[in-house]
Design a protein around this ligand. Structure first.
Ligand code: ADP
Ligand code: MG
Length: 742
């Protein structure tokens, strides 16, 4: 049989990933082989398949006794003769395993490193197997042999003897994380014989790296979780206790969360892990004890409540997100204070070398957290991989700008402006493009050719396009409170010549909000003084007036009006009335002196984004394409090997954006009935709607209709400046610019 046939027959997969096949061939050719593939990349098959093809038994050295059983079980399920030898087995059980190996009945034997050679308690396993052919030795998690690595295990040092004792047996060493130094060290320690080295790109392009300030991290976390309802996620905490308290807090807040740490009794721990794996619980709040060897592909996000000890840990833990290749998020809360705390832990009594290494690794992750450049670049460079300056999928890159081709849309806008005789503002123009039936639209404007030509895009998207066209000078805005859009010469030329309209837009998303609090620290001090005064007047403690967190928010977002103050947490109407002006005065004079503008629009967007995190992705586009090719959702699910609910989610997304019309998926009478029930219930929660509708209606049908009803509402708030009244949509360039990114 060929490796590919084994892959299909025994493991049920269609194709090799990346360089799996080359690695397998290297091993089959009897070469020593070194493999660096990130977590989840599929390292196991690189030795499992050769093990099945080679005569004799493959010894697999693995550091984690706890995982051996799982791995062996997984192999047995695939009909592969595998066993493990470790201290969890009784003496009799161990003898039995060894007997099986002697009879050539085992293809893969997992063991801890010290088993290989004799020690004071036990003879060498090799001596017990004099006539057994050892086909291959696989050393998993090979970085454990290096002091330079993040997970040094003295037991592994014994493996340095492998090549000397068994010079004819090929060795494959595998690891997911190793910087250059560690890599070199592994190769030297193992004394591999002119090995073939395979490295795959470490880039996990589908993972978005986001780092936020740790202030109010629990609130922020809940905020984040409510944007990611029904998704699976791992939340890492540093201490065992905090996993329990946080899980409890989350449950109280209505989230489906369970804790996990090594101090829990085994049964509970296994049951929690099991529930998570089976999707019975969505969130697992864990110490880093959780995750090793866990292969759950649909983890949509990994959150670090505390900074990990090193980049390797961070990369491994975040790597547990998105193994299925779909968009996923790695969110970390960071405070500089944590680093000093961690430094104290990093000190290993009586071991200055190890301490120095740990401290250096801490400094590196601190640098990563405080980075002002592409996070992915930093990570990949850390693992010695060259990459561009800009990944477009980390918080830093998302703040930057991108150019895009808006020729089609841009022309629609230019045409509408022209057809409306250059007499209207952006809001009106968008309504016309959208085909609004409102009375606000003059009847004759409902008959122009531009009318309803733009209903495939959300209003927010149109706002972005128009803002971009003003910036790029295709359009100009008249001055005053109610600016009107006019064609510039450039705009006129583009309309007549059909030339390309290239625009730029910010890629900022709310998650990427990075606070520049430190810069406004003097203001926090001033605000504290104001708070003290107000507290003294009322004879109450300062925190009763306002919490520190609220003060920090004030200093971050710099609200300048009473209305804006309402957006700051801790400010209800009473507090605004009572204390607002005192704080506003302090903020305004600070802003004047420092030449700062309010950043409150960032705060506003943040709130709205909660309902609007959904965005177009390449995987959704594949579904759309198949749908447009005439496949039914069930057929798409089968074809794409995705769940039907994922596919329905994709379709619902496009119903929301208008790319798919609800009529394409549902009959008119059903639409009307579902809409009515949704409206009557006044809620968009699926279950009650389903209950009200009964058997004749499916969840997916309800989901589609809700998406349809949300069509176009995926818009972010406009920032109104002063005097214009809502309804007359007038924009301030910069504000739109910043809120226009979808
Ligand atoms: P690693 O050890 O590199 O972290 P694993 O060997 O545990 O990764 O593999 C991760 C997951 O990917 C497993 O579920 C494995 O079965 C799956 N996998 C590996 N190779 C392939 C492949 N060629 N096609 C499909 N799935 C694969
Ligand atoms: Mg592995």
């Amino acid at each position: 049989m060929t490796p590919l046939e084994i892959l299909k027959k025994q493991f049920g997969y269609d194709a090799f990933r990346l360089n799996q096949e080359d690695i397998i061939n290297s091993v089959l050719a009897g070469k020593d082989t070194f493999v660096l593939i990130p977590t989840g990349g599929g390292k196991s098959l690189c030795y499992q398949i050769p093990a099945l093809l080679l005569e004799g038994v493959t010894l697999v050295v693995s550091p984690l006794i706890a995982l051996m059983k799982d791995q062996v079980d997984a192999l047995r399920v695939n009909g592969i003769a595998a066993a493990y030898l470790n201290s969890t087995l009784t003496f009799q059980q161990q003898e039995k395993v060894i007997a099986l190996v002697r009879q050539n009945k085992i293809k893969l034997l997992y063991l801890a490193p010290e088993r290989l050679f004799a020690n004071e308690n036990r003879g060498s396993l090799l001596d017990q197997l004099p006539d057994v052919k050892i086909s291959l030795i696989a050393i998993d998690e090979a970085h454990c042999i290096s002091q330079w690595g993040h997970d040094f295990r003295p037991d592994y040092l014994i493996l340095a003897r492998v090549k000397k004792s068994l010079p004819k047996v090929p060795v494959i060493a595998l690891t997911a994380t190793a910087d250059k130094l560690t890599r070199k060290d592994i190769l030297e320690k193992l004394e591999l014989d002119n090995p073939n080295v395979f490295t795959t790109s470490f880039n996990r392009a589908n993972i978005r790296y986001i780092i936020e300030d740790k202030m109010n991290s629990v609130d922020r976390l809940m905020n984040f979780l409510s944007q990611h309802k029904d998704e699976s996620g791992i939340i890492y905490c540093l201490s065992r206790r905090s996993t329990e308290t946080l899980a409890e807090d989350l449950r109280m807040a209505g989230f489906n969360a369970l804790p996990y740490h090594a101090g829990m009794d085994t049964q509970t721990r296994i049951s929690h892990q099991d529930k998570f794996l089976k999707d019975e619980v969505k969130l697992i709040v864990a110490t880093i004890a959780f995750g090793m060897g866990i292969d759950k592909s649909n983890v949509r996000f990994v959150v670090h409540m505390d900074i990990p000890k090193n980049i390797e840990g961070y990369y491994q833990e975040t790597g547990r997100a998105g193994r299925d290749g779909l968009d996923s998020i790695a969110l970390m809360f960071y405070s500089r204070g944590d680093i000093s705390k961690m430094k104290r832990f990093a000190i290993i009594e009586g071991n200055p070398e190890q301490t120095a290494i740990s401290l250096r690794k801490l400094d590196q992750i601190a640098r990563f957290a405080e980075l002002e450049a592409c996070r992915r670049k930093f990570l990949l460079n850390y693992f010695d991989e060259a990459t561009g300056d800009y990944c477009g999928n980390c918080d830093i890159c998302l703040r930057d700008l991108e150019t895009y081709d808006a020729t089609t849309e841009g022309r629609k806008v230019l045409k509408a402006v022209s057809e409306l005789s250059e007499k209207f503002g952006a809001g009106y123009i968008i309504d016309v493009l959208w085909g609004s039936t409102s009375n606000r639209i003059q009847p004759e404007h409902k008959r122009i050719t531009s009318y309803a030509t733009g209903n495939a895009m959300s209003k927010t998207q149109w706002q972005g396009i128009i803002a971009g066209m003003v910036t790029q000078n295709f359009l100009e805005k008249t001055k005053g409170a109610y600016p009107i859009l006019k064609l510039t010469e450039k705009g006129l030329a583009a309309l007549e010549s059909n030339s390309a309209i290239i625009l730029t837009r910010g890629r900022l998303e709310n998650e990427a909000l990075n606070f520049d609090k430190a810069a406004n620290l003097p203001l926090v001090e001033e605000l504290k003084a104001v708070r003290r005064k107000l507290a003294a007047i009322d004879g109450v403690p300062p925190f009763v007036v306002l919490s520190d967190a609220s003060l920090e928010e004030l200093a971050t977002y710099l609200p300048l009006t009473r209305e804006q103050l309402l957006n700051i947490s801790g400010f209800g109407e009473t507090k605004v009335r009572k204390f607002g002006d005192a704080f506003l005065t302090a903020i305004a004079s600070y802003c004047n002196a420092a030449g700062l503008e309010s950043k409150i629009h960032l705060k506003e967007r943040k709130i709205v984004k909660r309902s609007n995190v959904d965005h177009d992705t390449s995987t959704k586009q594949v579904t759309l394409k198949l749908f447009q090719d005439g496949l039914r959702p069930e057929e798409i699910a089968v074809k794409r090997k995705l769940s039907i609910s994922t596919i329905e989610g994709h379709l619902a997304f496009y119903i929301k954006t208008g790319k798919i019309s609800i009529q394409q998926v549902l009959q008119e009478n059903k639409i009307i009935t579902i809409e009515k029930v949704v409206n009557d219930l006044g809620s968009q929660t699926l279950t009650p709607i389903k209950l009200a509708l009964g058997e004749a209606y499916s969840f997916s049908e309800i989901r589609y209709v809700i998406a349809h009803m949300q069509r176009g509402t995926v818009e972010e708030p406009l920032v109104y400046y002063g005097h214009q009244s809502p309804g007359d949509v007038v924009y301030e360039d910069k504000a739109i610019y910043q809120i226009s990114t979808v």
